[in-house]
Design a protein around this ligand. Structure first.
Ligand SMILES: [Zn+2]
Length: 174
């Protein structure tokens, strides 16, 4: 793994803004001096099971990046244009005004995206967009939508290593 890892870098991200991002993930990231991106659904901040505004502020002041994951975590592929515009506007406003994030990144709830939603996001000012499609990427590109590799709490260390190396076969497991 060490030889493979030297060739590239890994970007760690968490979706949804769940409370365990703060109570569990934060201390593990701190232990290994790793920084991550937390994509939060801005309309759920402070709700039961989700991080509070103060928790998010602390992550930010620790050097982590806070990105958007919609406002109410709706699937844009089954929403009308007004709903999509409203949700993205509220999310962007919260990130830029309340959390003072400049050029925030965005990850799509349910991975629900299409060229129309990509255009709205970019027009609003979201700098880099992330999907839930499987894959790795060579560089952060403002015009592409970045794929990701999902990690589960049931993954073994071996599975995790293979995912990071890009060797994981999702159909046959290995
Ligand atoms: Zn989500």
């Amino acid at each position: 793994m060490a030889n493979q890892a030297k060739a590239g870098k890994v970007l760690i991200s968490f979706d949804d803004g769940l409370e365990d991002n703060y109570t569990v993930a934060k201390s593990i990231l701190d232990e290994f001096d790793l920084k991550a991106t937390f994509f939060v659904s801005t309309g759920l901040i402070g709700e039961n099971g989700y991080m509070s505004f103060d928790m998010i502020e602390e992550l930010k002041s620790d050097g982590h990046r806070i990105g958007g994951h919609g406002h109410k975590h709706i699937n844009y592929l089954v929403s009308n244009r007004d709903e999509i515009m409203k949700d993205l506007n509220l999310c962007f406003d919260y990130l830029s005004k309340e959390l003072k994030e400049k050029n925030p990144w965005f990850s799509y709830p349910f991975g629900g995206r299409n060229p129309y939603t990509d255009k709205i996001c970019r027009d609003l000012g979201f700098k880099i967009l992330f999907s839930s499609s499987l894959g790795s990427f060579a560089e952060l590109n403002e015009l592409s939508v970045i794929p990701r590799i999902e990690v589960w709490n049931s993954d073994t260390i071996m599975t995790l290593k293979r995912k990071i190396q890009g060797k994981y076969n999702w159909l046959n497991k290995f």
